[in-house]
Structures are given as structure tokens and as C-alpha cells.
Design a protein around this ligand. Structure first.
Ligand code: NAD
Length: 432
């Protein structure tokens, strides 16, 4: 099979749009990159050749990208095989762009949105049946060039051809790892990843009263769990408290009514104050951490003391622990259980709601969030029977995949050296 996609129109030239445009140009696709003004799109294109980790390898690749503006150049999208919408995460703005796509697109064009978590059915609420057949979500992760994951999510009416064509293109031309999700809020990676972050903020906010610090939280919710070194607060600094605030709002509108994530969608009091004061993270020069330049030219990493509301020097921690810390009866154990234990339990309850099997969930967390193991691989490592006993002690019901495992009489979600995985029907299936 060869790809039917040779040209890509990218609508929105911000962080993600320029990343997707660069990847398509690198793969020798003809690219159209549009934004509010042609100057903004051209500036984004120029930036693709800058920096030590530049997105484009040379000027010849840059020449694959034509830039333009939404006002002047929208009709050009009719000549492109795939139109990828990547404008700001705002439902009204996305709906407007989709209205324009409908007016200008060609008859066999594939259309997708790169939204981080707004359900496709909301974005395409006013679209015709013709558009609904050709539209889906292609959710890339940042930076596009580096992160392996692309979540591919069909809508209710999306044709099989569209999904198969995109899957082939994403895997064979873009070299991405495709994960199949469903049209549910935040899809897979962000549903689980943002649960961990928001539950983490609330748990840590309670446990700080017992003396636990930001640095200790980050040292626990990282290496011991096989998660990246940014931990919890460091990752939120990278994402931005404004984005976390918006994620919480989207979750509050779109999470199922009985989802336990609903209890954590609002930022805790101090974090909300930081958000209101514009102390958002790296993008504003500091959030929970900041780098201070000293008079002698050296750099000092500081942490924001959330009780005192002052900056102090960071104190490094390194816990010689692994995932089994979630079972410890210590403050570190209680914190790890309340953040990671709950996240694993949450993930186990999201099949078949957000994905059909554990493979898609584990891959999403490894490829999109850089976890070294996905939730079900971590459960196998921690010991599922001990985990289930702990859930019972903590009054967490044994439902979802934990119940499937228990009923099957087996002990692990994967077996035969990761060649087989446990499926929802209680039997093991081969991993292709
Ligand atoms: P960004 O702010 O870098 O870029 C957004 C683009 O939208 C800008 O080029 C801006 O000019 C344009 N825009 C703003 N207002 C507009 C309007 N009224 N009409 C048309 N265009 C307008 O944002 P981003 O990080 O590139 O995010 C784009 C999309 O990708 C969002 O849906 C976001 O949720 C999603 N996403 C972001 C990330 C990430 O880590 N940044 C990861 C995955 C998905």
C-alpha cells in the first residue's frame, strides 16, 4: 500500500501547527500553513530552522511549506489531501474554522482536529453528514518531532477508509505510534495524565500540612514510578497552570457524571491564586520552580514555598524506591498511593470507555507521556493481587480490568514475555 496523502493543509501555525507542518515538509509533502496573518505563519515557518533542536533539516524542506492567512488563502485548502486543524483550544474558534473548512474543502479530503481534549462531536456539532464522514481527531504530542504518539479518534460517522488511510500515513510516513481511542473527553493520554496531575495537586496540597515538600513530591512521582524527572509540579510548570485550569474546565463540562475525576477538576486554593496572579510556569519565568541568575553569572534553581508564598533554594531529593512504595505505610507511601495508586485504579476502570484494550492505554502513556511503563505494565510490576487487596482496604471497588483479572484467575495483565495481553473478555490475545 502506498499513502494516498501527499499534501497537508495545516490550519494554525502555533507550537503544534508548526510542528506538524515541519514533519510533513520533512517527509516531502506539499504543505500549506495558514494563520491569522501571513506574517505570523511566515514567522513560525522561519523559526523551524532555528535552535539546536530545529524541526526542519534544511532550507529545501522549508520550501515545501507555503504560508498564508485564513482571510486571504482559505480556498487553497481545496487542493490538499489532508486538512489538519490546529488553532487555539477554544470550541467556538474551532467551530468557526470547521464551518470554513466545509465551505472550501475538496470532495475527497480528509479532515482532522488536533484538539487536546474537546470531543469531536462538539467541534463538529454544526457540520454536514458529508464532513462528518471524513473527519476525525489526530492528537499529536509536543514536541511533534520527538513524541511518538498520535491518538487517532473517529467520530460516530467517520468512514473506515479515512481512519485506515490516516493510520497508514501516520505510521509509515510520519513514523508515529498510533493509538486508537474514542470520542471521549481528553481521549486517552490526557484523560489519565491529567487525572494524575490534578489528583496529585489535591493530594499534595493536603499532605503538605504534614510537612511534605514540592521537591519530595516530584522525587516520588518520577523515577520510582518510571515517570519523567519533571515529576508532578515540574511537569505542570512545563504545561502551564493556565492550560491545567482550562483542562479542568473542559473536564467539568465533559466528564461522565459518576467519574471520580470530577472531585479534582478545580485547582486547589493556592494554585488557583498562582493562576490568578499569572504565575503560570516556565512561560511566565516561574511557577512552582524558577531559575534565578545570580550576580556571579551562576544559575540557582528555586522553589516557590506554597505556604510562605516566597521563593527559596531547591532542596534535591532522590528516593531509592520503586513502584512498591505505593504499599508502604509511610508518608511517602500514602502520597504515592493517593496519586499513583489512584491513577492506576482509574486507568483500570476506563476500558472500554476510552479504549478497547490495555495495549492502547499503555502505549498512550509510554509514547505520549514518556512513562517507561504503562499503567497495566506498572500494575503487573507492583503485583496485582497486593494492589487489589490495598484497593479493598481503601474502599475502592474492584471493577473494570481489575475485576476481569480477578475473575480470570490470572495474576498479570501481560504474559509470555509481553507477547500476550489480557482482553476485556477475560482471555489473552496475541500482541501483533
Ligand atoms: P498555540 O497557542 O501555540 O497556537 C494556536 C494558534 O491558533 C496560533 O497560531 C494562533 O494565531 C491561532 N489562533 C488564535 N486565535 C485564533 C482565532 N481566533 N482564529 C484562528 N486562529 C487563531 O497553541 P498550540 O499549543 O499549538 O495548540 C493548538 C492546538 O493543539 C490546541 O487545540 C491544543 O489544545 C492542541 N495541542 C496542544 C499541545 C501542546 O502541548 N501545546 C499538545 C497537543 C495538542
Amino acid at each position: 500500500m502506498t499513502s494516498n496523502i501527499n499534501s497537508v493543509a495545516v490550519l494554525g501555525a502555533g507550537t503544534m501547527g508548526s510542528g506538524i507542518a515541519a514533519l510533513a515538509a520533512e517527509k516531502n509533502c506539499k504543505v500549506l500553513l495558514l494563520d491569522i496573518s501571513e506574517e505570523a505563519a511566515a514567522k513560525s515557518r522561519d523559526a523551524l530552522l532555528l535552535g539546536h533542536n530545529q524541526a526542519l533539516s534544511d532550507v529545501s524542506k522549508k520550501n515545501n511549506i507555503e504560508v498564508g492567512s485564513f482571510d486571504k488563502d482559505f480556498d487553497k485548502i481545496k487542493d490538499f489531501d489532508w486538512i489538519c486543524e490546529v488553532v487555539v483550544e477554544n470550541i467556538e474558534i474551532k467551530q468557526d474554522i470547521f464551518k470554513k473548512i466545509e465551505e472550501h474543502k475538496g470532495s475527497n479530503t480528509i479532515v482532522s482536529s488536533n484538539t487536546s481534549g474537546i470531543p469531536l462531536r462538539e467541534i463538529t456539532k454544526h457540520s454536514s453528514i458529508d464532513l462528518l464522514k471524513s473527519v476525525c481527531i489526530t492528537h499529536f504530542f509536543n514536541p511533534v518531532k520527538v513524541m511518538k504518539l498520535c491518538e487517532l479518534i473517529p467520530g460516530e460517522k467517520t468512514s473506515k477508509d479515512v481512519i485506515e488511510t490516516l493510520k497508514y500515513f501516520l505510521e509509515n510516513v510520519f513514523d508515529k505510534g498510533v493509538v486508537h481511542g474514542k470520542d471521549t473527553v481528553n481521549f486517552i493520554g490526557n484523560r489519565i495524565g491529567c487525572f494524575l496531575l490534578l489528583k496529585g495537586l489535591h493530594t499534595s496540597s493536603n499532605l503538605r500540612k504534614n510537612g511534605i515538600t514540592i521537591e519530595q513530591v516530584d522525587a516520588l512521582i518520577s523515577k520510582p514510578m518510571g515517570l519523567p524527572p519533571t515529576g508532578l509540579y515540574g511537569l505542570i510548570d512545563l504545561i502551564g497552570l493556565d492550560v491545567m485550569h482550562a483542562v479542568g474546565l473542559n473536564l467539568s463540562k465533559n466528564l461522565p457524571n459518576n467519574d471520580i475525576g470530577r472531585s479534582f477538576v478545580n485547582l486547589p486554593k493556592v494554585e488557583l491564586e498562582m493562576f490568578n496572579n499569572g504565575q503560570l510556569g516556565r512561560k511566565t519565568g516561574g511557577g512552582f520552580y524558577r531559575i534565578k541568575k545570580l550576580d556571579n553569572g551562576e544559575k540557582l534553581k528555586e522553589v516557590f514555598d506554597l505556604e510562605e508564598k516566597t521563593w527559596r533554594a531547591e532542596k534535591k531529593f532522590d528516593f531509592d524506591k520503586d513502584i512498591s512504595v505505593i504499599f508502604e505505610d509511610t508518608i511517602e507511601g500514602r502520597l504515592s498511593w493517593s496519586i499513583m495508586g489512584y491513577t492506576l485504579w482509574y486507568a483500570a476502570n476506563l476500558i472500554p470507555e476510552i479504549a478497547d484494550d490495555i495495549l492502547n492505554i499503555d502505549r498512550a502513556m509510554r509514547w505520549g507521556f514518556a512513562w517507561s511503563k504503562g499503567p497495566f505494565e506498572l500494575l503487573d510490576l507492583a503485583g496485582n493481587l497486593e494492589f487489589i487487596n490495598k484497593c479493598k482496604e481503601e474502599n475502592l471497588p474492584i471493577t473494570g480490568m481489575l475485576k476481569v483479572l480477578l475473575d480470570s484467575g490470572e495474576k498479570t495483565f501481560y504474559k509470555d514475555g509481553q507477547k500476550k495481553y489480557l482482553s476485556l473478555d477475560g482471555s489473552y490475545h496475541n500482541i501483533s
